[in-house]
Design a binder for this molecule. Structure first.
Ligand code: PHE
Length: 328
């Protein structure tokens, strides 16, 4: 029996598998129900007990050797397959992230204004009453201060989530004197019902231009430059409006003929900086004048990308976001 074990031991050593089937046949040949090693185990039972100890140890060693050889051959085969795979298969596609549509529109707008000298300025989302309301000439009885519109964090003194980016105007003018040419973008918050057209958090871009002899016609020219750059149209409509921090004030509509949509789109509120606002930040209104404008990014993005529901921007559904992969 020891001779048989030895013979099989040498046979095992010679084995080199060329494929998965070779391994299977090898396994059946030695360890299968009628395999050579299995047969030896059957024979082993008939041995006289004095031989059992020694032969048993040898037989077990043979069985382990066989399993080890199978394992090693499997490993070698898989390695070969891998390197073959590398050579013949095309590379796996790499999934790039996509810019969020709000960021796409925001960046476009910032680029347009950068070209005419506006630089970016950041300002906090948590504001006090002074910067969000009082300094902007919004009196305490103004409806915008109403509990229904504003998210208050603390009362007396009032700390709140800014309701518009106009607070940036005050923050900047408190620290810098004219000439001023800044752009600020960020989130704003209003306690409104969430619907396809409104949300409690959205994005605005605010611009402020202050210098000597700035006039309303400068504002109009700048708006036309902007609408022409973003929508390819300088056909605009200025509708008289009211903001406590600008006089006169206007709402701007632009006429667009885009692949996605055609028609008038309301894009911003604007006006000449109210002299009271200048006084609140210690800028001399007899020496300086300026204009300010603010626009909602979501509204423009809805229009440009023909999206029907504003809530899609905030759900982060990958199927929605993937559609913007090719836009830069
Ligand atoms: N803050 C105004 C709004 O949220 C927009 C605006 C900004 C109007 C600057 C005039 C000047 O509606």
């Amino acid at each position: 029996m020891i001779k048989k074990i030895e013979q099989i031991h040498w046979d095992l050593k010679k084995f080199i598998a060329n494929g998965q089937e070779d391994i299977e046949t090898f396994k059946v040949k030695y360890l299968g129900k009628k395999g050579k090693i299995t047969e030896l185990f059957k024979e082993f039972k008939t041995l006289p007990s004095r031989e059992k100890k020694y032969v048993g140890a040898e037989l077990n060693r043979l069985k382990n050797e066989c399993s080890e050889i199978i394992f090693q051959n499997k490993y070698k085969l898989s390695k070969n397959e891998e390197s073959l795979e590398d050579l013949t298969k095309s590379g796996k596609p790499y999934i790039f992230g996509a810019r969020h549509p709000i960021s796409l529109v925001k960046n476009k707008i910032i680029n347009i204004f950068n070209q005419i000298g506006f630089t970016s300025y950041e300002s906090p989302e948590i504001e006090d009453d002074w910067h969000n309301f009082t300094a902007l000439n919004i009196p305490y009885y103004h409806p915008a201060r109403n509990m229904q519109d504003t998210f208050f964090i603390e009362k007396d003194p009032d700390i709140l989530l800014r309701t518009h980016t106009s607070s940036v105007q005050i923050r900047y003018m408190e620290k810098h004197s004219p000439p001023i040419r800044i752009l600020s973008s960020g989130r704003v918050y209003r306690n409104e019902a969430i619907s396809p057209r409104s949300h409690q958090m959205f994005h605005q871009i605010e611009g402020l231009y202050v210098d000597t002899k700035v006039s309303f016609s400068d504002l109009k020219q700048m708006i036309q430059y902007f609408t022409n750059s973003l929508f390819g149209s300088s056909r605009i409509r200025l509708r008289p409006s009211y903001f406590p921090f600008t006089v006169p004030s206007a709402e701007v509509d632009v006429y667009c003929e885009l692949k996605t949509k055609t028609g008038w789109l309301e894009i911003m509120g604007c006006g000449m900086v109210n002299t009271q606002v200048f006084r609140n930040v210690d800028i001399d209104p007899d020496k300086f004048s300026g204009f300010a404008f603010g626009m909602g990014i979501e509204r423009i993005a809805l229009f440009l990308y023909k999206i029907g529901d504003l809530r899609l921007f905030f759900e982060n559904d990958i199927r929605f976001l993937r559609q913007f992969e090719s836009i830069h």
